[in-house]
Design a protein around this ligand. Structure first.
Ligand code: ADP
Ligand code: MN
Ligand code: MN
Ligand code: MN
Length: 334
């Protein structure tokens, strides 16, 4: 007998990489082997040296095919065994190892926008829907668009064993969010990429696409972010608040580096309006959704917990963002 393995990888598309996948039939009992693909079709190689290598790094039960079939997250390697230049995971792996003793945890809030006929799902064919106000966490067919798809996606993620902590309808019609975590650096990023893959794949069956575009509707509409909640062991323990404040300050010292790596089109999203701080300013505060970093109200009461970096775009590479947060915050710890 055989089973199907869907090998998933991150390609080399600029400025925002895309997901790719293909299916390998494997004999029962056999391990997941390394595999190859044509990098000249994914912006990862030239035609004359087109072979790239897929190295399986994490696998999950495939909730769509079922049975023994699996989804396999892969790193892209060169034929000489070195990491491909587009492989951002291998640097994240080094960082995870280096700062292991701080036990960093992440919860990433992935916002996305469902799209139909090139418009946000729920927008009329011409013109605009009612202004924002009633859609966030709304209910009712006049305000909510795409719930069957979103529910199917949630079920699929849970069946795949992904650590989803919740979902909600967002501020703009057709806009939704799911949260992955809390998990360590590599797990949160691997699982976020697989959850994205499932979203696109299930969308095919509904004739609805999902975009991670950070500003899918111009004008007075919220953008789409990937708020990244972060804690270390020290922050989670009694008296952890001073480590949370130190983390905020460390992020402020390296604000420009982070903004440069927080996703394509970040200037269009971080305008200072629509629950954001400006991309060229840095601030942190308790409960402040207009700050770069928010310390949740409950965290200020408990004097321990986590911080929320509100700057990352929906279209981030989580391997890059999670790595930078650990390097900046843990790197500044004594
Ligand atoms: P918001 O109020 O900003 O919408 P959400 O409930 O959507 O917040 O997301 C909060 C995220 O923070 C969740 O993914 C949750 O798992 C995560 N989280 C909770 N505690 C921690 C922690 N100690 N460290 C890191 N992430 C955490
Ligand atoms: Mn949220
Ligand atoms: Mn949100
Ligand atoms: Mn948030």
């Amino acid at each position: 007998m055989v089973y199907k393995a869907e090998y998933i990888w991150v390609d080399g598309t600029q400025p925002t990489s895309k997901l790719r996948s293909k299916t390998k039939i494997i004999e029962d009992g056999k391990e997941l082997p390394i595999w190859g693909f044509d990098g000249s079709s994914t912006n990862q190689a030239t035609g004359d040296k087109s072979d790239c290598v897929l190295k399986p790094v994490a696998s999950y039960p495939d909730p769509i095919r079922g049975g023994d079939d699996v989804l396999v997250m892969c790193e892209v390697m060169l034929v000489d065994g070195k990491p491909h230049p587009t492989n951002t995971r291998h640097l994240a792996a080094k960082t995870e190892k280096k700062y292991k003793k701080h036990e960093p945890l992440f919860g990433i809030e992935q916002e996305f926008t469902l799209m139909k006929n090139g418009r946000p799902y729920g927008f009329p064919p011409a013109g605009y829907p009612e202004p924002q106000g009633g859609y966030y966490c709304g209910v009712g067919e006049d305000e909510i668009h795409g719930r069957p798809l979103v529910e199917d996606h949630l079920e699929a993620c849970l069946a795949a064993g992904l650590s989803i902590s919740g979902i909600n309808a967002e501020v703009m019609p057709g806009q939704w969010e799911f949260q992955v975590g809390p998990l360590g650096l590599l797990d949160v990023a691997d699982q976020l990429w697989v959850a994205r893959w499932l979203l696109y794949r299930i969308g095919e069956d509904y004739g609805i696409a999902a975009t991670l575009d950070a500003k899918p509707a111009k004008g007075d509409w919220n953008g789409a972010g990937a708020h990244t909640n972060f804690s270390t062991k020290e922050m989670r323990e009694d008296g952890g608040y001073k480590y949370i404040e130190a983390g905020c300050k460390a992020l402020g010292e390296k604000a420009a580096l982070h903004i440069a790596n927080y996703g394509t089109g970040i200037e269009d999203r971080l305008t200072g309006a629509h629950e954001t701080q400006r991309h060229d300013q840095f601030s942190y505060g308790v409960s402040d959704r207009g700050a770069s970093i928010r310390i949740p109200w409950q965290v200020a009461v408990d004097r321990k917990g986590y911080l929320e970096d509100r700057r990352p775009n929906a279209n981030i590479d989580p391997y890059v963002v999670a790595r930078l947060m650990v390097e900046t915050i843990c790197g500044a710890m004594k």
